[in-house]
Design a binder for this molecule. Structure first.
Ligand code: DSN
Length: 433
């Protein structure tokens, strides 16, 4: 193995153990299909900023008000990231310090609520996120969460159901009088319209938070409606459809800016990760370019083609299809005995990386599940289009049907490798080969 031509620079020869693992992971990411809906391939510029000397600097506080000296340059970096985030989403205020989506959500709760206050959010088993009040999350220990879900599935192809049940949201809002309503999800394949959430929040005098972790890039690219202007606080991660570094951010009004900022620092975090903030600035600028709108549209078109082709393979999709970058597959339609865990593991053997996921009213545990979640954001970045999505659906069907046949799996694995080789996410960068 050599540092020459590697994406990681000359240091590779100084720590062969770590270098070997990074190159191995580069090989894995580029020779297998990345279909985890919350992942993407960042640009080389984002990688470079993340690996920069900015990681050396302590900068607790905010631009112009730091607790350490030597922050002249860092202040410019963070200001640039904040201004770019505001411009990209049309927001009055941006906080770019959250280390993750979970930190961003916790900060929003801390800014808007007192311990014990009631929050109305999507249940984890219906598509919500852990930080939307799952019993396993600290959020449910500090605040009182009430969960809404999706409408029942239906056999009517024109109205397949499993979409957010706004009647339930309104009824629960009226009966429970939450101080905050949370819109947003982690496993939901449809557009989340912020407007009805705003109306319901206004009817009961609640704050509205929109967790845009998954659709942030689709919103930035104009493929999905923006919650800015509807929600009091918008939280998001920067590494999913937005294609930035692994991190989080918050958008809000000038009125709530101080509360949100104080909730992040000193409320929840210490020193910000300014190398990641620089990488976020890079990603915000990339997402403001016209080609990013084309990318967002392609992600959705690819997901729709993928959904239709998975249907042809005999796989039922939760809600009957998709409007965004992901599909949720109900494996019970294919084989009642096939669990999400078993399907994920056999797809891994074929080089198809995805994650098992609960589906609405799943009879199995979150560790086993009856569903799979698959996303198109990463392979669209690599340049794949609708024809490749149809091909991948066919490879998934072959894998699931041939799950007990090592030869069938080996054949799919070879085809996956050839497909990945034709769509390198980092052209010009080589791993171990
Ligand atoms: N774990 C993320 C996802 O996969 O959607 C959410 O935090």
């Amino acid at each position: 193995m050599s540092a020459a031509g590697s994406p990681f620079g000359a240091w590779l020869d100084t720590d062969l153990e770590v270098a070997r693992l990074i190159v191995e992971e580069f090989d894995r990411q580029t020779s297998t299909l990345q279909l985890i809906a919350s992942e993407n391939f960042t640009s080389p510029a984002v990688l470079a900023a993340t690996g920069s000397v900015l990681t050396n600097k302590y900068s607790e506080g905010y631009p112009g008000a730091r607790y350490y000296g030597g922050n002249r340059v860092i202040d410019e970096v963070e200001d640039l990231a904040r201004e770019r985030a505001k411009a990209l989403f049309g927001a009055e205020h941006a906080n770019v310090q959250p280390h993750s989506g979970a930190s961003a959500n916790l900060a929003a709760y801390q800014a808007l609520l007192e311990p014990g206050d009631t929050v109305l959010a999507m249940r984890l088993d219906q598509g919500g996120h852990l930080t939307h009040g799952s019993p396993a999350s600290i959020t449910s220990k500090i605040w009182r969460f009430v969960g809404y879900g999706v409408t029942p599935a239906s056999d009517d192809p024109d109205a397949p159901g499993e979409v957010i049940d706004f009647d339930q949201v309104r009824d629960l809002a009226k009966s429970e009088q939450p101080k905050l309503i949370v819109a947003g999800s982690t496993a939901y394949a449809r557009v989340i319209d912020p407007e009805p959430f705003r109306q319901i929040a206004d009817e009961v005098g609640a704050w509205l938070m929109f967790d845009a972790a998954h659709p942030a890039g689709l919103i930035a690219g104009g493929a999905h409606p923006s919650p800015v202007g509807f929600a009091d606080v918008v939280t998001f991660t920067t590494h999913k459809t937005l294609r930035g570094p692994r991190s989080g951010a918050i958008l809000t009004s000038v009125e709530l800016a101080k509360k949100i900022d104080s909730a992040i620092f000193p409320g929840l975090q210490g020193g910000p990760l300014e190398h990641v903030i620089a990488a976020k600035a890079v990603a915000f600028a990339e997402a403001a370019r016209p080609e990013f709108s084309s990318y967002a549209a392609a992600v959705v078109a690819n997901a729709k083609a993928f959904a239709a082709a998975l249907g042809e393979e005999g796989l039922r999709l939760v809600s009957g299809g998709t409007d965004n970058h992901m599909v949720l597959v109900d494996l019970r339609s294919f084989d009642p005995e096939l669990t999400g865990k078993a399907a994920q593991e056999v797809l891994d053997r074929s080089g198809i990386t995805c994650n098992r996921n609960t589906i609405p009213d799943d009879p199995r545990s979150p560790f086993v599940t009856s569903g799979l979640r698959l996303g198109t954001a990463a392979e669209t970045t690599a340049g794949m289009g609708e024809a490749e999505m149809v091909r991948i659906a066919e490879l998934i069907g072959r894998t699931l049907r041939g799950r007990d046949d090592p030869d069938a799996l080996a054949a799919v694995r070879a085809e996956v490798a050839a497909l990945c080789a034709a769509f390198p996410p980092y052209p010009g960068l080589v791993g171990s080969t």
